[in-house]
Design a protein around this ligand. Structure first.
Ligand code: IMP
Length: 499
């Protein structure tokens, strides 16, 4: 007969935090959200720590290079989706690694013999009026001049006029040499009262622009997640247990900082084999997360296999129908509590701390605080990030509201059968485990993160904690009845319409 686990499996919405003593030290400025991403030995530092406890889901509709850059600039990390060709995933990783804060490849370029009509078309396409004039009109051609909207008036000068008659020629430009630091570039911008500074290589080829308007935004990103040596942004990538022998080398070559085996059910010999191969091949140097699991047994198995962090969660994702389709899963709060206890036990016994990630099902910001308090070291989210400008999907107007598209990796749209693969010969999708949907559009990532992180920090202060480990050790959590949940929202009042 099957073993019946008597403990009810529960989710975050069934709990609340009870405030602890808020000491004078517990102010938002004193709170650190730094958290380990990968395992480390007692007394040592992990190879990678996140500056905010968020990573983005390994999904087509969430984690491309654009979102990865935005999230790393805000202190978190993306895992670029693996349900694409090895070449295009490696290219996305490369684009994140090549990104230099403040140094922007020029997306609007013309040849000197182009007309103002051509210029108009480029502005229409890119929305940018500052252009590099290069010998061949490419972003990295020989720089011959620069054109800005202050150089011409189309109504007055005529559409047939040539760029070379209006541009500021190279001889009159102030330029920076490749290798210049951002603060040196900004100094030149201030000294010469420029709006944009072209950066050229030794052969006078255009490489980047540095814009005056970006100056403030760089100062606003103190949390940026950078490699301390190279100053490149950090980025992760999803892999599967089928083509890892080809995929991992390509990702490593592209500069990936950490990979994660992406599977809806990670308690498998396939994952063990994948981790072993990666660890042997790279002498333990390539960091690899594994999952997903929902109990101690799964956690212990993947830790013994050598995983650097473990992802927790089956069936809780907003687009997920795995529980309905296969009848497997566990309430996410119970899964986290169980696995966190296993992690702590492992740490006690061996002195090795293996971080855990709560993946999927986080709806309200306070769920994130609960997940951290219950023991998650960091959180993986799909729906949350899919709503932002930076996610790769289309923004649409539906019934008067802006939405963005969001689809599961197990939907027939993504066709990521490797994530749901049960091994054996062949492969392919036999049934769907995810849906294709819309999420409400929410604007810029940074604005939303400011609010969400502000709430988490405020909750931590209420609970008397200034670090995540402190929060985990001292949090008091209570189960709530369904009537108290109703009491938690606005009730027994007539709400005014928002203006
Ligand atoms: P969300 O943050 O609640 O939207 O959940 C995102 C998580 O759902 C991902 O990180 C995956 O673990 C999981 N997931 C992604 N696609 C699917 C799917 O199609 N079916 C089931 N789970 C999925």
């Amino acid at each position: 007969m099957a073993q019946i686990i008597e403990k009810v499996s529960r989710t975050f919405g069934e709990y609340l935090l009870i405030p602890g003593l808020t000491t004078k030290e517990c102010t938002p400025q004193n709170v650190s959200l730094k958290t380990p991403l990968v395992k480390y030995k007692k007394g040592e530092e992990p190879k990678i720590s996140l500056n905010i406890p968020f990573v983005s889901a390994i999904m087509q509709s969430v984690s491309d290079d654009g979102l990865a850059i935005a999230l790393a600039r805000n202190g978190g990390l993306s895992f670029i989706f693996g349900s694409q060709s090895i070449e295009s995933q490696a290219e996305m990783v490369r684009r994140v690694k090549r990104f230099k804060a403040g140094f922007v490849p020029s997306d609007s370029n013309v040849r000197p013999d182009a007309t103002l009509a051509d210029v108009e078309a480029i502005i229409e396409a890119t929305g940018h009026t500052t252009m590099g004039v290069t010998h061949d009109g490419t972003p990295n051609g020989k720089l011959l001049g620069m054109l800005t909207s202050r150089d011409y008036r189309i109504s007055h000068d005529g559409r047939d006029s040539l760029v070379k008659d209006f541009m500021t020629p190279f001889e009159k430009l102030t330029v920076g040499k490749l290798g210049i630091t951002l603060s040196e570039a900004n100094q030149l911008i201030w000294d010469h009262k420029l709006n944009a500074l072209p950066i050229i290589d030794d052969n006078q080829n255009l490489v980047y622009f540095v814009f005056r308007k970006d100056y403030d935004s760089h100062r606003e990103n103190p949390n940026e997640l950078l490699d301390p040596q190279t100053k490149e942004l950090l980025v992760g990538a999803g892999i599967n247990s089928r083509d890892y022998k080809e995929r991992v080398p390509a990702l490593v070559e592209a500069g990936v900082d950490v990979v994660c085996i992406d599977s809806s059910d990670g308690f498998s010999e396939w994952q063990k084999e994948t981790i072993s191969w990666i660890k042997d091949e790279y002498n333990g140097k390539v960091l690899v997360g594994a999952g997903n699991v929902v109990d101690k047994e799964g956690f212990d198995y993947l830790v013994a296999a050598g995983a650097d962090f473990i992802k927790v969660g089956i069936g809780g994702g907003s687009i997920c129908i795995t529980r309905e389709q296969k009848g497997i899963g566990r309430g996410q709060a119970t899964a986290i509590l169980d696995v966190a206890a296993a992690r702590d036990e492992h740490f006690e016994k061996t002195g090795e701390y293996v971080p855990i990630c709560s993946d999927g099902g986080l709806v309200h910001d306070y769920h994130m605080s609960l997940a951290l308090a219950m023991g998650a070291d960091f959180l993986m989210m799909g729906r949350y990030f899919a709503r932002f400008d930076e996610s790769p999907t289309k923004k649409l107007l539906i019934n008067g509201n802006y939405v963005k598209e969001y689809w599961g990796e197990g939907s027939s749209r993504a066709r990521n059968w490797q994530r749901y693969d049960m091994g054996g010969k062949g492969g392919g999708m036999k049934f769907e485990e995810g849906v294709d949907s819309y999420v409400p559009y929410a604007g810029k990532m940074k604005d939303n993160l400011d609010v969400t992180l502000g709430k988490i920090i405020s909750t931590m202060c209420s609970c008397g904690s200034v670090t995540i480990p402190q929060f985990q050790q001292s949090a008091k959590i209570t189960l709530v009845s369904s009537t108290s949940i109703v009491e938690g929202g606005a009730h027994d009042v007539i709400l005014k319409d928002k203006q």
